[in-house]
Design a protein around this ligand. Sequence first.
Ligand code: AMP
Ligand code: ZN
Length: 135
Amino acid sequence: MSENCIFCKIIKGDIPSMKVYEDDSTLAFMDIGKDVDGHIVVIPKKHVKNILDCDNDTLTKLMANIKKISEHLTNDCGYNGINLLNNSGECAGQAVPHFHFHIIPRKTDDGVDCWPKFTGAKSTIEEIHNKIKMI
Ligand code: AMP
Ligand code: ZN
């Protein structure tokens, strides 16, 4: 629990939310952004900032629940797929500093574009590969 964290306040019930799923480790609720139909935010109940400081146990439970919610959306709610999005770090566009994934439920031909408008590569693929490869 972190004092001034909006999502911790949602977990506590101090800020209302439209819950989609909840268990001991995870909460999922409707995103209030009104940017796309069905936008869901999925968070661990443990306050961690993002994937970079998230322990594997928390991450494993979160991902298992994301799969459960995604299966519900596609098996029971008439959706055909989902986009799963995460911003980790301010430089990556993270606005709320409590780890979360965005689930965007998708229907065939819904016209939604969830892929970022990239600006074009500035380096060669080989240059970046040499810098980041782990093997
Ligand atoms: P991000 O930019 O990845 O940090 O996304 C933060 C998301 O949280 C945005 O999509 C916001 O619309 C959403 N959000 C912020 N406050 C609330 C809230 N009180 N209830 C539901 N969603 C929220
Ligand atoms: Zn928090």
